[in-house]
Design a protein around this ligand. Structure first.
Ligand SMILES: *[C@@H]1O[C@H](CO)[C@@H](O)[C@H](O)[C@H]1NC(C)=O
Ligand SMILES: *[C@@H]1O[C@H](CO)[C@@H](O)[C@H](O)[C@H]1NC(C)=O
Ligand SMILES: *[C@@H]1O[C@H](CO)[C@@H](O)[C@H](O)[C@H]1NC(C)=O
Ligand SMILES: *[C@@H]1O[C@H](CO)[C@@H](O)[C@H](O)[C@H]1NC(C)=O
Length: 155
């Protein structure tokens, strides 16, 4: 299967949204949110590096073929999520997404020059990738705050 950019974008948003929903039950939320951003940013490149190493094992001609690297991609997403949560940051969060879209730019930018047509201007896709999860995160934080202020309503 050759991936159109829009598919990858949808997959990405889906994964992030799912993880975002799981984050509602994340215990850190109840202990107050102390996100150590510098700690997270220090650790994210570890994920990037191992993803890159795994991708280099794949023939670069197949980099636009999702079935070839979906496992690695999932591993990479889980890894970034792990780093974010160990830094007690919400997942997804804008800084981590910035990092991930950077990896996308680096690894998948050449797919445009192949037969694969990536469609819309990448910035539009990237904006959607970043904006939707951020919106979800903000809504979830609001929900958590609201719930903790209205404890009696939740039984
Ligand atoms: C993508 O990879 C899969 C699995 O290796 C392969 O079966 C399929 O033919 C590939 N598709 C293209 C268009 O290269
Ligand atoms: C955040 O992580 C850094 C290490 O990257 C550490 O030096 C610092 O003490 C941490 N801050 C908090 C508030 O835990
Ligand atoms: C995921 O990545 C970790 C560390 O980079 C590696 O140890 C593990 O084997 C990988 N898992 C899969 C399914 O590739
Ligand atoms: C993309 O293509 C350029 C020019 O062919 C090459 O220099 C670069 O290494 C390629 N990047 C990736 C990630 O394959």
């Amino acid at each position: 299967m050759v991936i159109p950019a829009s598919w990858l974008a949808q997959l990405f948003v889906l994964v992030l949204s799912f993880n975002g929903l799981m984050a509602i039950g994340f215990p850190g939320a109840k202990q107050g949110i102390v996100c150590n951003e510098s700690f997270m940013l220090q650790n994210l490149p570890v994920c990037g590096k191992s993803f890159e190493e795994m991708m280099y094992k794949v023939d670069s001609k197949k980099w636009c073929n999702l079935t070839e690297f979906i496992l690695y991609y999932n591993n990479f997403t889980l890894c970034t999520e792990h780093k974010a949560t160990t830094a007690r940051c919400f997942w997804p969060n804008p800084l981590a997404e910035g990092f991930i879209t950077g990896m996308h730019r680096q690894l998948f930018s050449n797919c445009t020059s192949e037969k694969v047509h990536w469609g819309d201007p990448p910035d539009k896709v990237l904006f959607t990738l970043i904006f939707i999860p951020v919106l979800l995160t903000v809504m979830m934080i609001a929900l958590v705050v609201w719930c903790s202020k209205n404890n009696d309503i939740l039984v």
